[in-house]
Design a binder for this molecule. Structure first.
Ligand SMILES: *Cc1c(COP(=O)(O)O)cnc(C)c1O
Length: 381
């Protein structure tokens, strides 16, 4: 699904040099490399504060702690996503409220959010799923109207742009009150271990969060709030700082591969391919709305699992993200959920399949993957 080795080979000299420098410096934790990466990411995103931390799940949890959310507060998020999002809500004894998603772009459905808002609702967590921003303009309007916080889960969307209806363009993760991201190796900006970060334009919130990541300390050995220990180490920061310089090139390569996939599938009756945002509805580098953390198609009237088996038998990796809706996961079942509220998610889990997507895909691979998919679909639909 990813080719981390091929990507590493392209930047090996820089990375090796940078890592050896850290080893030599012995500044393994909170060293200057962490600060440099933080500053460079702030500039890249055009956001006032980046607070590095240990992973993307921590980043979500710390963002919610920083906002002061309290047990019983309701937090609305998507039913169709990775479990980390709902996990931290539950861990903090907040009340997760899962809602359905949009059938075309797979992101949280705005009308479903509207229906789920109650007097107890305190926050919305849109996930920029597979690398395309959720409808942030509508979400921020709703949040303003109901006095809610918005926490962007940007683990899959780093580097993506979001275009407002007035044409204004910003980077994903800089729109809500706070955002989280993950530097897990297979993410679009991945390190060689675990890592994550929180972004915000709010000075006070940034200050609060900087203490939370460090045991609630604002002055050494004075613990003002309950915190956690969540750090990005210097070796990972040194690697990330090099990869950040390549992020736009990497994301452009992903988008180029997505365009090629789409061209091969060429509006096949049984294959629904991904599109861009409402502003461009295409996968253009100039819009940069989709950074293709995953390239995910829907197969219609085809046995998706049989297709997955067939691809694996032909040496093609593939993935089903995600096979089970969160509202049906044992840890998160809740009497309040009714199946008719999850029509889209319940359908998507049967139809989606993600194909290899990374920075090193070549035409031969894409030709082989798409012809194998198309042959199977033609013979089995
Ligand atoms: C990967 C991911 C996370 C968690 O990140 P980790 O660094 O693995 O903790 C959270 N949310 C989404 C949507 C993700 O894809």
């Amino acid at each position: 699904m990813v080719d981390l080795k091929g990507q590493y080979n392209g930047i090996k000299d820089q990375v090796d040099h940078s890592v050896l420098d850290v080893l030599d410096s012995t500044a393994y934790i909170n060293g200057p490399r962490v600060h440099e990466f933080q500053k460079n990411l702030e500039t890249y995103l055009d956001v006032k504060h980046v607070i590095p931390c240990a992973n993307g799940t921590d980043a979500l949890q710390i963002a919610m702690m920083g906002l002061g959310l309290q047990p019983g507060d309701e937090v609305i998020t998507a039913d169709f996503t990775f479990a980390a999002t709902v996990e931290v809500i539950a861990l903090l004894r907040l009340t997760p409220v899962l809602v359905d998603v949009d059938p075309v772009n797979f992101n949280i459905d705005i009308d479903a959010i509207k229906r789920a808002i109650t007097p107890k609702t305190k926050a919305i967590v849109p996930v920029h799923l597979f690398g395309l921003c959720a409808n942030m303009e509508a979400i921020m309007e709703l949040a303003d109207a109901h006095d809610l916080f918005v926490i962007e889960d940007n683990a899959q969307g780093i580097g993506a742009s979001y275009t407002y209806s007035n044409g204004k363009k910003v980077k994903s993760g800089t729109i809500g009150h706070v955002a989280s991201t993950s530097f897990f190796p297979s993410k679009n900006l991945g390190c060689y271990g675990d890592g994550g970060a929180i972004f915000t334009n709010d000075d006070d919130l940034a200050h609060t969060i900087r203490g939370i990541v460090n045991h609630g300390m604002y002055v050494r050995y004075h613990h003002d709030v309950v915190g956690v220990n969540s750090r990005l180490d210097s070796i990972q920061a040194a690697i990330l700082d090099i990869k950040l310089k390549h992020l736009d090139t990497y994301n452009n390569k992903r988008r180029e591969s997505a365009r090629k996939y789409n061209d091969h599938f060429n509006n096949h009756d049984n294959i629904v391919t991904p599109t861009g945002c409402n502003s461009c509805n295409a996968l253009s580098d100039s819009c940069n709305c989709h950074v293709f953390h995953q390239y995910t198609i829907k197969v219609i009237n085809v046995n998706r699992d049989a297709l997955a088996t067939h691809l694996n038998e032909n040496g093609i990796p593939c993935g089903v993200y995600y096979p089970i809706p969160l509202h049906l996961q044992k840890a998160y079942v809740d009497d309040r959920y009714i199946e008719s509220d999850f029509v889209v998610t319940n359908q998507l889990i049967k139809e989606v399949i993600s194909l290899p997507m990374h920075t090193e895909l070549d035409d031969e691979q894409i030709n082989f993957i798409t012809s194998t998919v198309i042959n199977f679909v033609n013979n089995n639909s």
